[in-house]
Ligand binder design. Structure first.
Ligand code: SF4
Ligand code: SF4
Ligand code: FES
Length: 337
């Protein structure tokens, strides 16, 4: 293959959030001269307006540096939270130009809109209330309960058995992923715990020493199958945790095994595809919801009118030509994809 085909495109750089993130410090620093004005618009909570400030650029300036300059010079009442200043405590997460970042780690932009995280109540300005997150994590009983005696140090653990729990342990509880999650934005329409609490749960639930009954209790409170695997959480995680592939998907597999009624929808989806080689929404609705589906009759009519459900196809058990291949692939656990 020629070098031209290997060359990264502008689209690649934009799409790969973390590559873009790693490149940004040098790129942004090159755009600003020491002393030049950085324009910072901060969302204030008293009236919801964006208040504009200017901070003189210093070499390697971070968002937190700009906020500190503003608080010292122009707005002593500006509320923002930080402790470690070094990507350790997770308290300084905000949104900068629409993206979740750690204020103590992110390089400034020449013009920045700084807002509080989404999906959490704002206490003041950039400070959000983390109570819901902390309560959810506590409800997961986030401690290790052995089912056998302690075998002594070093414990006979294989790297591959502890790898996912170990990745989850990198979490600094910054809540960036929680802010980016579109399912959490649906509010009480779902009982989804959200990515940050699930990563906390993964620290013990994905540890092979953990009591499986404790895992089942926690998973039954997690609403985990509401996750739509959109990867928005992973894109913003400053700890680069593969939240979906190393935590949520393994937890979903555990839930399907330990609390099978939670997995009714995905297991039915899989069985329909394995039998027919395609998804049949009519059959899926009937098998998951049963007669309850008719309780929302107007919605069924809408689906029918839009051609989303086709009762004749459902009744006749129509199969696609891909049925045999689908059955074979799903029987192998999808490994042949
Ligand atoms: S992958 Fe799941 S947890 Fe992550 S942002 Fe999407 S819906 Fe939320
Ligand atoms: S998983 Fe990543 S983004 Fe989410 S709270 Fe932990 S460190 Fe922050
Ligand atoms: S201040 Fe601790 S992570 Fe930013």
């Amino acid at each position: 293959m020629s070098d031209v085909l290997h060359a990264p495109t502008a689209i690649d750089a934009r799409r790969l959030g973390q590559t873009e993130h790693a490149d940004s410090l040098r790129a942004r620093n090159a755009r600003l001269a020491v002393g030049a004005a950085v324009v910072v618009k901060v969302r204030r909570s008293d009236d919801g307006r964006l208040q504009e400030f200017r901070a003189p650029y210093q070499q390697a300036m971070r968002v937190l540096d700009a906020l500190n300059v503003i608080a010292l010079k122009d707005a002593p009442d500006l509320a923002f939270r930080w402790f470690c200043g070094s990507k350790m405590c997770g308290t300084c997460a905000v949104r900068m130009n629409g993206r979740e970042v750690l204020a103590c780690w992110e390089a400034v932009e020449p013009e920045m809109v700084i807002e509080p995280l989404r999906n959490l109540p704002v206490i003041r300005d950039l400070v959000v209330d983390r109570t819901a997150y902390e309560k959810k994590v506590a409800s997961f009983e986030p401690w290790l309960t052995r089912t056998g005696p302690y075998p002594g140090f070093p414990e006979p653990l294989l790297h591959r058995d502890i790898a996912n729990a170990s990745r989850a342990l990198d979490c600094i509880s910054c809540m960036s992923c929680y802010s980016a999650c579109p399912v959490i934005r649906l509010g009480s329409l779902t009982d989804f715990a959200g990515p940050a609490p699930l990563v906390q749960l993964g620290q013990t639930a994905l540890d092979p020493r953990q009591d499986q009954q404790q895992v089942a209790r926690a998973l039954s409170r997690s609403g985990i199958f509401n996750c739509v695997s959109c990867y928005k959480c992973e894109e913003v995680c400053p700890a680069h945790i593969p939240i979906v592939s190393s935590v949520i998907e393994p937890l979903k597999a555990k839930a399907a095994q330990l609390v099978p009624h939670m997995a009714r929808h995905p297991l039915t989806f899989r069985s329909v595809v394995a039998r027919r080689g395609r998804i049949d929404p009519g059959e899926l609705i009937l098998r998951v919801q049963g007669l309850r589906a008719f309780a929302v009759f107007p919605r069924l009519v809408r689906l029918l009118l839009r051609g989303k459900i086709k009762p004749l196809r459902t009744l006749l058990g129509f199969k696609s030509p891909a049925a045999d291949a689908a059955k074979r692939i799903l029987k192998q656990g999808g490994r042949s994809r």
